[in-house]
Design a protein around this ligand. Structure first.
Ligand code: SF4
Length: 208
């Protein structure tokens, strides 16, 4: 995709929201990047109970970017396009969530590529779910951890929980009312939860 004129950040984020909705997300919103909250304590949920991607993926703890590094990097970005897909809690508590989680990574990848093509100088996509379990479960090891290139570079994003992103704060910023799902959540009441992702962006060619 090519653009005939440099777009402002506002135009870019508007089009990213429209693109996300076209891609089938339940909602997408633009929030200030600096308003996102990082809580390093939340990273413990990656290892208790241990996610299959913990320690086995170059994008996940303890090998991927740490919560502290991510928190410091937030000042590089101006806006975040956040999006979610509503999913029944009963689905979130089983492997049926995996295709939805792959869709979250795909959506983040498409939006991030759009932002780059539109002239954003700095971008970062983040998605729910560890990429080892989602994309590389059929392989013996993560290529990135072996010093190579990621098999799914551009598609597999760092996981939101691995970066310590506070989903409750993100939901509030986006205006979403979302149930927090834990191992103790009930899957029998028909309650809805959500899987989410976002793309951080800043610095457009229209500003140069
Ligand atoms: S190769 Fe890429 S997608 Fe696969 S586990 Fe490693 S970082 Fe994730």
């Amino acid at each position: 995709m090519s653009f005939t004129h440099p777009m402002s950040l506002e135009e870019i984020t508007e089009q990213m929201v429209a693109l996300a909705m076209d891609f089938g997300v339940s909602d997408a919103q633009v929030v200030d990047a600096g308003a996102l909250k990082v809580n390093p304590e939340l990273v413990r949920y990656c290892r208790e109970p241990q996610c299959p991607s913990y320690g086995t993926s170059g994008n996940c703890p303890p090998h991927g970017p740490s919560a502290r590094e991510f928190q410091l990097s937030l000042e590089w970005y101006e806006k975040a396009v956040v999006f979610k897909v509503d999913v029944p809690v009963a689905v979130l508590m089983t492997d049926e969530r995996l295709p939805v989680s792959r869709k979250i990574h795909e959506t983040a990848a498409i939006l991030e590529q759009f932002a780059k093509n539109a002239g954003c100088v700095v971008t970062m996509g983040v998605a729910t779910g560890g990429c080892r379990a989602l994309f590389c479960s059929g392989f013996e090891a993560c290529l990135k951890l072996q010093g190579g290139l990621c098999r799914h570079a551009g598609l597999a994003k760092p996981s939101m929980s691995g970066l310590g992103v506070d989903f409750t704060v993100l939901s509030t910023l986006a205006g979403w009312t979302v149930n927090t799902v834990t191992a103790e959540s009930s899957s029998s009441g028909g309650e809805m939860g959500a899987l989410a992702g976002f793309v951080l962006l800043g610095g457009t060619s229209s500003e140069l």
